[in-house]
Design a protein around this ligand. Structure first.
Ligand code: AMP
Length: 291
């Protein structure tokens, strides 16, 4: 695997590979890689002959009181892991490559609707930062396909909407969530958790399954939401939200949808100590009234 931090070299390498007919698959990351990230490399490999992964801790997607400074940076083990996962090229840009005019003076990409709920309102500017960095990375790498984890479900919708709206000629693939044995979704932020907290955090995935079951038996979204918040609090978590939404745009589910099954998603964001965790569970909503 090659490691490249320079745009000219990146473009030269990729141009040569493209000239030989290879499709380019791309996996953007912030590093501190785990099995969830490596599964995206494998997924990209199914769609492309050449797989590029980027590692860049993007300052513009962190709020002022978030963990940008202490976000774990583990470049050497990331390189080993990417090579083992079959990545061909690791792109490690520095901040001036991504933001030549400085992060504060840079062009920002704002994605309406799907950015305007849940984490979009709780983390102001977060999805602008995500869309802005991914748009730049797409222009630098110019992939044919790019893989994103369904773990960051709202982020995946934001990227899809940006790509459709700005006509990026890139196919976006959503890859399944990789979990620990107890159901906890893998995340770089799990590093902040103690061994006991990791066990406690399994309540998030358990609660998602429980929300789906309540929905299947006709529970109303409002009742399910308040019951799920209580259940998370009882497990020692401090939830920001626990909600069931339409999976295509995160709008509220229609009040009654007898006779039709809609793609739905249960989503949770919750704090455990200082650590904020997110997870979700997609399902087809039951064929019931939920007025
Ligand atoms: P990050 O480095 O956290 O920005 O994540 C980079 C990519 O990896 C994003 O597309 C995430 O959705 C994806 N990802 C992170 N954790 C997981 C996981 N447990 N399963 C699947 N994809 C994941």
């Amino acid at each position: 695997m090659q490691r490249i931090n320079n745009v000219v070299k990146l473009r030269e390498e990729l141009a040569a590979l493209r000239a030989s007919g290879a499709r380019v698959g791309f996996v953007p990351t912030m590093g501190n890689l785990h099995a969830g990230h490596y599964s995206l490399i494998e997924e990209a490999r199914h769609h492309a002959e050449v797989v590029v992964a980027s590692v860049f801790v993007n300052p513009t997607q962190f709020g002022p009181n978030e963990d940008f400074a202490r976000y774990p940076r583990t470049l050497e083990s990331d390189a080993d892991g990417l090579a083992a996962a079959g990545c061909d090229l690791m792109f490690v840009p520095d901040s001036s490559t991504i933001y030549p005019f400085g992060a504060q003076q840079s062009v920002r990409v704002q994605v309406p609707v799907v950015s305007e709920t849940l984490d979009g309102t709780l983390r102001p500017g977060h999805f602008d930062g995500v869309a802005s960095v991914v748009a730049r990375l797409f222009n630098l790498v110019q992939p044919d396909i790019a893989v994103f984890g369904r773990k960051d479900f709202q982020q995946l919708l934001v990227i899809r909407r940006m790509v459709d709206d700005l006509a990026f000629p890139i196919q976006i693939v959503g890859a399944p969530i990789i979990r620990e044995a107890n159901g906890l979704a893998m995340s770089s932020r799990n590093q902040y958790l103690t061994v006991e907290q990791r066990e406690q955090a399994a309540a998030i995935f358990n609660t998602l399954g429980w929300m789906k079951a309540l929905h299947d038996t006709g529970g109303t979204p409002a009742d399910i939401e308040s019951a799920a918040m209580l259940r998370l609090r009882d497990s020692g978590l401090d939830p920001d939200y626990a909600t069931i939404r339409h999976a295509t745009d995160l709008s509220d589910l229609p009040a009654g949808h007898a006779g039709q099954r809609v793609p739905a998603v249960a989503l949770i964001a919750a704090r455990l100590g200082e650590t904020r965790l997110i997870d979700n569970l997609e399902f087809l909503s039951a064929d019931v009234m939920c007025a």
